[in-house]
Unconditional design. Sequence first.
Length: 251
Amino acid sequence: MSLSRRTFLGLTAAATAGLSSPLLGSALHPASGAELSAPDTEFAVGVRQFNWSRGARSLYTKVFYPTPGAPGGAPVPNAPVADGLFPVAEWNHGMGGNSDSYASQTHAIASAGFICPAPSISDNTNIGSVYGGQWSRDVSEVITRTLALNGSGPFAGHIDTAAGVGVSGHSMGGMTIHGLVTAWPDERIVAAVPVACVDMGTPAASARAGVLFIHGDKDPTCDYALARRAYENCPRPRRSSPTSARTTPRT
């Protein structure tokens, strides 16, 4: 049975909220402005591995995606893609992480009806590369490679290349995501969810993404005040829904 694909949460304002899973939900298709339907059941999850690169930087990536079968359980390697058309929603790990570090997020994103590339950034403890934009540029390259999968091979015809792209990540990965709507903007991004990030700069005039900030106000590692500053720099309309919570103290 072919199911209508899930689209992105229509974020028109930045907000702070409690961590939920998955981080992206249904919304508007930017090409038409019309609200589109989403699957009303979860998918089983498949996974494929790609040894991509950007220059000398390795971008080993696991792509999680909807596959036929009963939901739940471990992702099935090299399984077929489920019937339907699915947008891309990338996830980025934090310090010392890799493609498998945030399985609760990547698997949930894919089971909700998204193609979810999760790269393993090569210098995964180098915060200087995050501040220098290397991680943000890496993610842009992963987005390019993922969208290109729609042209041939097992993903051909299953990736919604017109819906825009969602990105999310935690800590250094959250900083990377904020960089993609500020200092190193990627205009393909329509929804960005930086989790436990710090301020990476002023929102770019070309950025069109709705942004959802998630950050515990008792975070002992990533300064909550810097995430608040990033939120305050976002253009209006915006809304804050503060909660008292601790985000995972992993950088």
